[in-house]
Structure formats: C-alpha cells, structure tokens
Write a protein that binds this ligand. Structure first.
Ligand code: CS2
Length: 491
C-alpha cells in the first residue's frame, strides 16, 4: 500500500474529505508544543477548516519528549487522518494544517528561531498536566523539578515547556519583536492564568526584567474538549483500507468537539469562531464545568473501572451500578458547585453519559488512569473542597479518590501487577509497600503528598473519614460491591 503524502493525496477516495486549500501556499502562524493525538484531533482540525481563507495560520508542531510523531508524519508531508467514530460508522478526513514537526531535542535551534520570528503570533500547547513542571496543588512552578533546574542553568538550551517559551520570548524581546500569545489547551484549572504564573516565574528567575516583560504577554485561557483514545494497530489497518493509503499515525475520535477560548490575542488570531469555537470574555466557568463533570467522572470511572476489570470506558457504562454512580456524582455532588447561567447542566450531563457510552470509541480506563497525581486536584479535590465548605456530603467523589489510592498500590483484585504511570509512582509505591493492606496507613501515607492534596484537605477530618472508609471497603469487599453499596445508599 502506498503511503499517504502530498503526491498520493489525489488518489484518496472521493468520499474522504481532504484539504480544500493549496498546501504549497500556506505559511505558519502558529507553533504548537506537544504535537500529540489530542492536538491533532482538535485544534489542527479547526485550523484546517480556516486555511482556505486564512493561509498564513498554518501550524508547525514540536514534540518535546519523543520524536515518534515526527517520524510518522514526515514521510507523509505532515498529512494525517482524523477518523470520527460512533455506532453508525467511521468517517475519515485528511488534515493538512500541520506543515511540519520539529523534534525539540534534536532541532532545538530551528524551533527557537521559528518561535522568535514575527510570523509566529500564537504558541499553543498540549504537553499534558505534568509538562508544565508545576506543583498541581498550588499551581506554582516547581523550582526543584529536574528539567527546570536544567533549564535555569542552561537557559538558551531548554528542554521544558516553560524553558522553551521563555527562551523564545527572550529572543523576541531582544530583537524588538512583539510577543506571541501563549495558549494552553491542557486540562488545567484556569489554564491561561496558571501557565502565565508558571512561565512568568521561570522568566523572573532567569532575569527580573525578562520576568516583567513576560508578565505582559497574553495567555488566553481555553476549554478544550474531545475524547481521543490512543491509536491501535487495528485502527491503522482500518484507516488504510478506508483511505486507500497507509497512514502511520491516524487519530481516532468522537463526533463531539468543543473549544471555548478567551478572546485575548493582541497580535491577532485566525477567526476560530468560523470553525465553531466559542470566543468568550471569561473561560473559567466553562473550564471548571468540564474538568469537574467530564474529567472528574472519567478519572472516577478509570480507577474503579480498571480495578473491576473493565478495559474501556464503554464497558464501564455497561454496568448499571457504575452508571448510577456517575450520574449521581455529577447530579448530586458536582452540579451544585457550578454556576453556569444559560447552560443546561442536566443536558450537559446526559450528553456526557452518551459520549461515554460510544461503543466505537475504544478508550482504555488505563489510559485515563495515567498521571493521577497531576489530575486529581482539578478533577476531584477542587469539587470536594467546595462541598466541604458548604457542609455537604461527597461520598461518590470520595470514592473516586479512594479508588485512585487503591489503584496506585499497583496490584489489582486478582493479584496482577498494574502498570502505574505517574511522575510520583516511585514515592507512591514506597508508601504502598509500607502500608501493606492496611487502608488507614495507606490513606495517611498518600494524603501526605502535599503536591496533590495540599494541607487543607489532608488535615480535614470529614475528608479523612469519607475516603478512608471507602478505601477500607475497596480492600475488604472489592470494587463492584463497594460501588453497589454507595449507589444503594443514594437518597
Ligand atoms: C481524559 C481526557 O485521559 C484523560 O485523562 O480524561 O483526556 C479527556 O478524554 C479529555 O479531556 C476530553 O476532552
């Protein structure tokens, strides 16, 4: 089978949408750091919709960790397939908005030079929660992070996202070029403000004057939403058949997509709204709604579901007790913490449950379970803080936290090892080894991880009782029975 590329694009079957613009005439206006599956299923598609009329906003991607995306896309001239899947079928489309991909390690100078050039007006980012090198509980730069330590002593040869942004901004400052807008598209609370705080701090540590200048840069906040499971070899084979060419890295996703963007781009932006994005003054309520409703449910389903033996989110949704748990979690415990005039939260919840049910989306519980220490604060603990402050119960959210604690022990209910991926995995394993199967000791050890729980939640008695009781039950009677007990205790 021939490889998808500029040359073979014309042989893609006529039913498959391909770029409607001349790719030789587009030029980069955006550099994207972290060119993973999520970006390619989301922002790259919005930009693809706009390039016909706005050809100076194409994307150059950069991978910070692994060169695998570059290796896949380079022989394809940056082209790749996005396949939308649901019960009705699979709908592939070829995306052309990514001009090329740079490997930030091997091609650092090319990347920094491009980021420092005036044609780049937006640097967007999806490096996942841990890529910001911050303390998730406080949202501050983690100055002891090995990559930050490295970048502060080698500021012109950075490897972290904050280090790369600040070096590129420093070069623009020195050359008298206006800064680009920095747009995080990661699932962080107040992602614009949070990333601004982290990046400005890094700049200030490099040089106070630079810190002040970076403090004036625009960091528009965004709420991004599209479920994107990892691509499998079976997906590759299926896409090859559908488009009649080999695509080394197609992206599988759902029909739903949402992008809410704070409209703060002093140096210009493409008309994202023409591709369906919502431009707003304050994105924070949307972010909170999505993180607490979607991601809070996702993480709860991931830990409980994995432990119960469910491989995919759609399998979890096949268990009525779990569905009742998640419905109750959103309705009784999350929705009362949200203030969203004009948004029908009940309809939003029902749409989420429908999306989780999508049988064509093979979204592994293990994939979502990854990096829990970086995810829990904004997905579950923020909501719990609000519930504690209001004197309201949080049994289901507390069960989600307990399930994470049970999961990071690294051994499932059948005695099999769990491949726990998390920046804090080593510390958590040591805590679990000391605790054995004593739920109270395990709870005390894990809640002491200050970068996850902060000191307020860790010291709260109601929190301790709620979570430790569920954790004890998970060890004692197992996940399915515990979930049943919790849903049957529903008012
Ligand atoms: C998921 C998210 O992997 C995860 O942690 O919860 O990636 C989720 O699929 C997206 O935020 C959906 O927009």
């Amino acid at each position: 089978m021939t490889r998808l590329s500029a040359q073979t694009l014309s042989s893609v079957p006529s039913g498959v949408r391909v770029p409607d613009y001349d790719r030789t005439q587009i030029t980069p206006g955006i550099v994207h750091l972290g060119i993973g599956a999520f970006h390619r299923a989301h922002m790259a598609v919005y930009v693809d919709d706009l390039l016909k009329d706005h050809p100076d906003w194409a994307i150059v991607g950069a991978s910070l960790r692994r060169p695998d995306t570059k290796e896949a896309l380079e022989p394809q001239d940056g082209l790749f397939t996005v396949a939308v899947r649901d019960a009705e079928g699979t709908h592939p489309r070829v995306i052309g908005s990514i001009l090329k991909v740079l490997d930030a390690n091997a091609e650092r100078e090319d990347l920094l030079a491009l980021m420092a050039s005036p044609q780049i007006r937006i640097v967007s980012i999806t490096v996942t929660e841990k890529g910001y090198c911050h303390d998730p509980a406080t949202g501050e730069l983690d100055q002891r992070h090995p990559d930050i330590v490295h970048d502060l002593s080698n500021p012109t040869a950075p490897k972290s996202a904050p280090g790369i942004l600040v070096e590129a901004l420093a070069r623009r400052k020195a050359a008298g070029i206006a800064p680009f807008a920095v747009m995080s598209c990661d699932n962080l609370p107040s992602n614009g403000e949070t990333v601004k705080r982290i990046v400005s701090k890094f700049a200030q540590l490099r040089d106070p004057a630079l810190g002040e200048w970076v403090g004036q840069v625009a960091f528009p906040g965004t709420m991004v939403d599209r479920i994107v499971p990892s691509t499998t070899d079976a997906d590759r084979a299926m896409i090859g058949e559908l488009i009649g060419a080999e695509d080394a890295w197609p992206i599988m996703t759902e029909p739903f997509t949402q992008w809410v963007i704070e409209d703060h781009f002093p140096d210009g932006r493409p008309p994202f709204e023409r591709a369906g994005a919502q431009m707003v003054g304050d994105v924070e309520p949307f972010e909170r709604m999505k993180l607490r409703m979607l991601n809070g449910s996702h993480s709860t389903m991931a830990y409980l579901g994995y432990l119960a033996g469910y491989e995919y989110i759609s399998d979890v949704m096949g268990d009525e007790d779990f569905v009742r748990l998640i419905h109750g979690l959103m309705t009784e415990e999350v929705m009362p913490t949200l203030d969203m005039p004009g948004v029908d939260l009940g309809a939003y919840r029902d749409q989420l449950l429908e999306r989780f049910r999508n049988p064509a989306l093979k979204h592994r519980t293990w994939q979502i379970a990854m990096d829990g220490s970086q995810k829990l604060p904004q997905r579950l603990l923020g909501t719990i803080r609000d519930r504690i402050a209001a004197g309201e119960p949080f049994e289901r959210l507390g069960l989600g936290v307990a399930a994470w604690m049970r999961y990071v022990v690294g051994i499932d209910e059948k005695g099999e090892n769990i491949d726990v991926r998390d920046p804090l995995a080593m510390r958590m394993m040591a805590i679990a080894a000391d605790a054995g199967d004593d739920a109270e000791t395990l709870y005390e050890g894990l809640v002491g991880l200050a970068e996850v729980f902060g000191s307020d939640v860790a010291g709260n008695q109601v929190f301790g009782e709620t979570v430790a009781t569920h954790l004890d039950s998970l060890f004692d009677i197992g996940v399915k029975e515990t979930v049943r007990d919790v849903v049957e205790g529903e008012p």
